[in-house]
Design a protein around this ligand. Structure first.
Ligand SMILES: [Zn+2]
Length: 236
């Protein structure tokens, strides 16, 4: 299985690893900073240094055994040493937007009775869908103010691991309707915003809500009576 360095320290940009296996232009590594994608967060960009050449990583996937495969268009030999570098501006933008989506999700639930149905995180704009009966366009400024008030509190964002049994006993940690719980080896990762929210999540986030920046709704769509789609933008 590949050690997920991005969960241990999402601010790290470079790493060293060993090739576990390769096939068809993809290689699995002993450890990686490359987020493979999932939970609405796109995979990381960047490159691997293989035998002195910087090779772009064009795609990623995680297999059932927990190995993360990097598409590099060549097949290094098992045991080869590689150095990897992620595209930091892209990743950091995703970390800010991912933190924002936790805040938006919780404000929607606490103040407007919203239930999240989907999310797509982007480096410049993120989309989030809710079942949100009765919400109208006129309420957007209030929604934005509440989200920015949480950001301004500078709350710490931390992660921890709990057992699957404890997770099953705490249904409030499950937030999406259509995504399976991220259970790995009997454990679930919980991401907590200090004194505000805790939910199961396997993505990368900023360490404080103050890093998120100023948030506003760039676009809003009514998708039927109850389903609402918001596009959130950030400024520094
Ligand atoms: Zn998350």
């Amino acid at each position: 299985m590949t050690a997920k360095l991005y969960l241990e320290d999402p601010y790290q940009r470079e790493f060293d690893a060993e090739v576990l296996e390769s096939a068809g232009g993809w290689c699995a590594l002993s450890q990686t900073l490359f987020y493979p994608g999932g939970g609405g967060q796109p995979h990381d960009r960047g490159h691997l240094i293989l035998h002195g050449d910087a090779v772009p990583v064009s795609a990623l996937r995680e297999d059932a055994a927990g190995r993360i495969w990097h598409c590099v268009g060549r097949d290094p030999v098992a045991g080869d040493a590689v150095r990897g570098t992620i595209d930091w501006p892209f990743r950091y933008a995703l970390m800010r937007h991912h933190g924002l989506m936790h805040v938006v999700n919780t404000v929607a639930r606490q103040h407007f009775g919203g239930v999240i149905t989907g999310v797509q995180i982007g480096p410049g704009r993120s989309r989030i869908d809710f079942k949100l009966a009765g919400f109208s366009r006129e309420q957007i400024p209030d929604f934005e103010d509440r989200v920015n008030a949480v950001i301004d509190r500078g709350l710490r964002v931390t992660s921890s691991i709990i057992s699957e049994d404890e997770y099953r006993r705490r249904p409030e940690l499950i937030r999406t309707l259509d995504v399976l719980p991220p259970v790995v080896g009997g454990n679930v990762r919980i991401v907590e915003i200090e004194g505000f929210d805790a939910q199961a999540c396997g993505g990368t986030h900023v360490h404080s809500t103050s890093e998120i920046g100023r948030a506003h709704v760039g676009k809003f769509d009514n998708k039927g009576k109850d389903n609402k789609r918001f596009y959130w933008d950030l400024t520094a």
